[in-house]
Write a protein that binds this ligand. Structure first.
Ligand code: OGA
Ligand code: NI
Length: 343
C-alpha cells in the first residue's frame, strides 16, 4: 500500500465513526504552564492538548513565548522577498536545489491529492535545519538534510528566518512534551526521535482572490499535513478546517496565538487517537496574506510505529511501522512538482 493510500484509508475509517465528538470551533489553550516546575500544572495543560488532538486535531496556543516582534520581522521580510521580480526569486528555485529548499513558484504545489487538476495559488520559500556541507547525512546524499538555500535579497532574510526557525524548534519540543504527557508516556519520550528533526518552515504568500473563485485554484487545496504537527502563524483570515459533517470552520488569526494542528505522522504514531484534520486556505481578505507554516518532522532515521500507550489487545496497531524519512519523501513527491533526489 502506498503512503497516500494508507492516509486515505485511515481518514475514511475515522469518518465512519458516529460516536465521536464533532467540533464547530477550535479551542484556545494557554500553554504557559507547559514549563511549570509543578508536574500537575504541566499535566493540566497536556490534558487540554490531548482532548483537542482527539476531537478536533486543531488548537490555538497562547502564551507560547515567541516574541511578536520576531513574527512582525518575518512578515516584513516575506513581504519584501515576494514583492521582488519573478526572475530574482527563481534564482533560488526549489527545482534547481539539490535538497528540499528554496523558492516554490505558483504551481509548484498541489496539496489536494484528490483533485489532480488543482494547483495552489500561493508562493513559498522553504527552509529547514541549517546543516554544514560536512554533515554526514548530506554527504551520504540524504534528500532532507543539508545546508539551506538563501536569497541574496533581502539581505536580512537569512538571519530573520533562522531566528524564527529556532523558536519553532523550541516551541515544538515543548509541545512534544505536552503530547507525551497527554498520551501517558514519559514526558521526554519523543526527545530521542527529534534530535535532528526534519522540521520544515514554509514562508508563504497568498495573493488576494477577488471575483469568482475557481475551485481548482484556491490558496491551498483541501489536504491534511503529513508531518507530526504544524505550528502556523497567519497575517490574515483564510484558513478553514473541515469538521466531520463536512462543514468548513474558519480558523482566523488570533493576536498572540499560533494555530497548531496534528499531521498524518502523529495520527499514525498514536494509532489514530490524535487526528490529522483536513483544512484549506482561500484568501478572500482582499489583502496580501502571509503565513508561516512550520512542520515538525521527526529524525529522518526514526521509526514511526504505534506508541506503546496507544495499543492493547482490543486495539492493535493499525499501521505498519514506517521510516520517518521515507514517509516525508513519499509525501513531498505526491504534493510538489519538485522531486527529491533519490538516495
Ligand atoms: C499548509 C497549510 C495554511 C496556511 O501549508 O499545509 O495548510 O495558512 N497552510 O498557510
Ligand atoms: Ni496544511
Amino acid at each position: 500500500m502506498t503512503v497516500l493510500q494508507a492516509r486515505t484509508a485511515s481518514l475514511d475509517r475515522s469518518d465512519l465513526s458516529a460516536k465521536e465528538l464533532d467540533f464547530d470551533s477550535i479551542p484556545l489553550i494557554d500553554i504557559a504552564d507547559l514549563t511549570h516546575p509543578d508536574r500537575t500544572r504541566r499535566e493540566a495543560v497536556a490534558r487540554k492538548i490531548g482532548e483537542a488532538c482527539e476531537h478536533v486535531g486543531f488548537f490555538y496556543v497562547a502564551n507560547h513565548g515567541v516574541p511578536q516582534a520576531l513574527l512582525d520581522a518575518v512578515y516584513g521580510v516575506a513581504d519584501r522577498f515576494f514583492a521582488m521580480p519573478t526572475e530574482e526569486k527563481l534564482k533560488v528555485d526549489i527545482h534547481k536545489a539539490d535538497r528540499h529548499r528554496g523558492y516554490v513558484p505558483v504551481g509548484g504545489l498541489h496539496a489536494d491529492a484528490h483533485n489532480a487538476s488543482s494547483h495552489d495559488l500561493q508562493e513559498g520559500f522553504e527552509l529547514s535545519l541549517e546543516l554544514p556541507q560536512t554533515d554526514p547525512d548530506y554527504l551520504a546524499g540524504n534528500p532532507m538534510y543539508g545546508p539551506n538555500v538563501w536569497p541574496e535579497h533581502p539581505a536580512d532574510f537569512k538571519d530573520i528566518a533562522n531566528s524564527y526557525y529556532s523558536e519553532m524548534i523550541s516551541l515544538g519540543r515543548r509541545l512534544f512534551g505536552g503530547f507525551a504527557l497527554a498520551l501517558g508516556l514519559e514526558e521526554n519520550w519523543f526527545e530521542p526521535k527529534i534530535e535532528k528533526p526534519m522540521g520544515q518552515l514554509r514562508v508563504l504568500y497568498y495573493p488576494p482572490q477577488a471575483g469568482t473563485v475557481d475551485p481548482n485554484q484556491i490558496g491551498i487545496g483541501a489536504h491534511t499535513d503529513y508531518e507530526c504537527f504544524t505550528i502556523l502563524a497567519q497575517s490574515e483570515h483564510g484558513l478553514q478546517v473541515q469538521n466531520r459533517k463536512g462543514e468548513w470552520i474558519a480558523a482566523p488569526p488570533i493576536p498572540g496565538a499560533f494555530v497548531v494542528n496534528i499531521g498524518d505522522c502523529m495520527q499514525r504514531w498514536t494509532n489514530d487517537r490524535f487526528r490529522s484534520t483536513v483544512h484549506r486556505v482561500i484568501n478572500l481578505s482582499g489583502r496580501k496574506r502571509y503565513s508561516l507554516a512550520f512542520f515538525y518532522g521527526a529524525n529522518y532515521h526514526a521509526t514511526i510505529e504505534c506508541l506503546p500507550t496507544c495499543q492493547d489487545a482490543a486495539n492493535p496497531p493499525r499501521h505498519p511501522p514506517v521510516k520517518a524519512g521515507d514517509w516525508t519523501v513519499a509525501n513531498i513527491k505526491a504534493a510538489y512538482t519538485y522531486v527529491p533526489k533519490a538516495i
